[in-house]
Design a protein around this ligand. Structure first.
Ligand code: IMP
Ligand code: MG
Length: 185
């Protein structure tokens, strides 16, 4: 039997809480209210970017008091490293068509913005009525200045983080808050 801690949040790889569960809950409610006001009477389609956005998508969609549809795309940009490779691969494409729809891309975190820039071009080619982006977390000072984000949850410092859907090597997605990752990959 190993003496290693069995509880996820007691792992030495999981550090300080940077954004608490309570702050996340309040911010998601605010974003939902804002989106509800902005998209009145429009055919809203939320596109979640898997896997990281699964938890944010579940919370945000319930915070929006409008008829809407959801779809998911899976892209891979990091492999298992903590640095962006700049190479984006569509691992799972959408099921729905975008023609005439008001599309809101739901992203977990923006680091360099490379993933989003690729996605935006790809989705605009499918003729949506509009295309906006809601990112729960944005790492400060890392994106090109023209990166255009309509809705942002929190700006976070330049440390690699886990929790609330975000992983390190596929682990820690179920940590309830945003914490600094202190392990190595
Ligand atoms: P970008 O292309 O550099 O903007 O990277 C965006 C993607 O990298 C996100 O959608 C995440 O999946 C992943 N990512 C970036 N920063 C982190 C982090 O701190 N923790 C976990 N995943 C991250
Ligand atoms: Mg990821």
């Amino acid at each position: 039997m190993s003496d290693a801690p069995q509880k996820l949040t007691e792992s030495p790889d999981v550090g300080d809480v940077l954004v608490s569960e309570d702050d996340i809950r309040k911010r998601v409610a605010e974003l939902g209210a804002q989106i509800t006001a902005d998209y009145q009477g429009r055919p809203l389609l939320l596109i979640g970017v898997l896997k990281g956005a699964f938890m944010f998508m579940a919370d945000l969609s319930r915070a929006i008091d409008l008829p809407l549809e959801v779809d998911f795309m899976a892209v891979s940009s990091y492999g298992n490293s903590t640095k962006s490779s700049g190479i984006v691969r569509i691992v799972k494409d959408l099921d729905l068509e975008l023609d005439g729809r008001d599309v809101l891309v739901v992203e977990d975190i923006l680091d360099t913005g490379l993933t989003l820039n690729y996605l935006r071009k790809n989705l605009l080619n499918r003729n949506p009525a509009s295309l906006e982006v809601c990112a729960m977390f944005v790492r400060e000072g890392r994106q090109a200045p023209e990166t255009d984000l309509k809705y942002i949850g929190f700006e976070i410092p330049p440390t690699f983080v886990v929790g609330y859907g975000l992983d390190a090597g596929e682990q820690y997605r179920n940590v309830r808050e945003i914490r600094a990752f202190e392990g190595s990959l």
